[in-house]
Ligand binder design. Structure first.
Ligand code: SAM
Ligand code: SF4
Length: 474
């Protein structure tokens, strides 16, 4: 069962398990090949680019074919049980490669590595290296240890590591959109969530290094950056020295927006408790900060939100939605929802449905609650909603979201959207695809006067639930 409804760039179902490739000229070839496959959120895909960068410095070239690799890394996700199962199944497939090439190094990176630590080595005999998200600088040493015949583990979490000085190589890039990590970890302790345990304490990256990375991307032809963090609204960086300057998320957005009006700025994820009017006014002030906010609600019921330790209630969330609607006219809003959280009643589930009716989200990621070992919810509450009830509630909200996605798409018909062209559409090389300011995918015929990386105005003529279809009008 796929628990994701609408593909979005921050957790793109179509990219799960994708092997990432670095162009050969960036590597200082040592004759060894790295194969790296990534699962989970955009942060993991972005981390894989940091890993490839660190290993490219040591002469590793990347390959998209694991059967010719000397090192196989799998960058894992722990967010739900099925994400971990997927990784376990994938590891089984690498066994054949290891039998053929006993010198092959197999490494598990990311959240699952952090959660299971050295237990991974006991449970999966194939695995040689286990490395948590804050230990990637140690990878060359860890590979050396394995070359010397040992197993290697580094799952130390850090309060400082932001990899700010590492300029990530862009893997599988279209040369137009890039993810830029602005912070790491999370201090929120939502009771269902494993992230604070697998990614450690929240820390923000130096804004000057973020702006420098975005400017460099723009100079190399990129036209859209997505600033990434588990809770971007709590971004905060203070300089040391005599005059202390503190940069918050609104300031950072502005700094990135000012690089060039042709550089689109997106961000993910916002937290309802932290998103300020200041951020909303900044979005509204700059045309190149996109009118699109991902604001996970999780539940529409205040008792469940309290059990989830989300630190806001239904009224607070509605107030934030109203603020978005009044400060940013025409802003798309998407969300995350969990069905069947511990002790959720039918009436409490209905509050989630009525929240969807209130907001009429443009997109939603919808999940059944999956208990994660070690989390507050696993320790405190029984996972007592039967699977079939979780599924029934999920099916209901998925159907509801389909209706609202279609409603939002239909509302764009007859309007002209500014679209950044990303490439050919998946279905035909006679059509281009790109995203509107509000993050909707737009399809339109290829033309001689425009190409990927350029902006065009598209008159929307029709839509599906997930795509706008039209023609270029300038
Ligand atoms: N930091 C972001 C936030 O607070 O919204 C996103 C974190 S997580 C990577 C993405 C989504 O996964 C969450 O918003 C939540 O809906 C879902 N999720 C997290 N833990 C879950 C669990 N134990 N069971 C089901 N869904 C879960
Ligand atoms: Fe997890 Fe909550 Fe942090 Fe998001 S804000 S990563 S859901 S603990």
């Amino acid at each position: 069962m796929m628990d994701l409804l609408i593909p979005d760039k921050t957790h793109d179902e179509s990219r799960q398990g994708e092997a990432l490739m670095l162009k050969a000229e960036a590597a200082k070839n040592n004759g060894r090949k790295l194969y790296i496959e990534s699962y989970g959120c955009a942060m993991n895909f972005s981390d894989s680019e940091i890993v490839a960068s660190i290993l490219a410095e040591r002469g590793f070239e990347t390959t998209s074919d694991y059967s010719v690799a000397d090192v196989i890394f799998i960058n894992t996700c722990s967010i739900r049980e099925n994400a971990e199962q997927r990784v376990r199944n994938r590891l089984k497939e690498f066994t054949v490669a290891k039998v053929k090439n006993p010198g092959l190094v197999v490494g598990v990176l990311g959240c699952m590595a952090e959660r299971l630590k050295s237990k991974f080595l006991e449970e999966e005999k194939l695995v040689d290296v286990v490395v948590g998200p804050d230990a990637y600088r140690d990878l060359p040493n860890l590979i050396d240890q394995v070359d010397d015949g040992q197993k290697a583990v580094n799952v130390l979490l850090s309060r400082e590591e932001t990899y700010a000085d590492i300029s990530p190589v862009r893997l599988n890039s279209n040369g137009i959109n890039a993810f830029v990590s602005i912070m790491r970890g999370c201090d929120n302790m939502c009771s269902f969530c494993v992230v604070p345990f697998t990614r450690g304490r929240e820390r923000s990256r130096d804004p000057l290094s973020i702006v420098a990375e975005c400017r460099d991307l723009f100079d190399r032809g990129y036209r859209e950056v997505t600033l990434l963090g588990q809770n971007v609204d709590s971004y905060k960086y203070s300089t040391t020295g005599e005059e202390v300057i503190t940069t918050n998320f609104a300031n950072l957005l502005e700094m990135v927006a000012l690089i060039n009006p042709d550089l689109r700025v997106r961000f993910s994820t916002s937290h309802p408790k932290d998103i300020t009017d200041d951020v909303l006014y900044t979005i509204n002030k700059y045309d190149n900060i996109c009118n699109y906010i991902h604001l996970p609600v999780q539940s529409g019921n205040s008792r469940i939100l309290d059990l989830m330790n989300r630190t806001y209630d239904r009224e607070w969330y509605i107030n934030r939605i109203d603020a978005i609607r009044s400060i940013i006219p025409d802003c798309a809003i998407s969300t995350d929802v969990i069905t069947g959280f511990c002790s959720e009643t039918d009436d409490e589930h209905k509050d989630t449905v009525s929240m969807m009716d209130y907001v009429k989200y443009d997109f939603a990621y919808m999940f059944k609650y999956s208990e994660r070992p070690g989390t507050l919810a696993a320790k405190r509450y029984a996972d007592d909603i039967p699977e079939e009830v979780k599924q029934k509630r999920l099916t209901e909200i998925v159907a509801k979201q389909q209706e609202y996605s279609f409603y939002r798409m239909q509302a764009r018909i007859g309007r002209v959207e500014r679209v950044l062209i990303e490439g050919f559409s998946k279905k035909s090389d006679k059509d281009y695809c790109g995203r509107s300011d509000q993050n909707a995918m737009v399809i339109f015929p290829v033309g001689e006067n425009y190409k990927p990386g350029q902006y065009v105005n598209v008159l929307i003529e029709r839509s599906t639930t997930a795509t706008l279809i039209g023609k270029v009008v300038d």
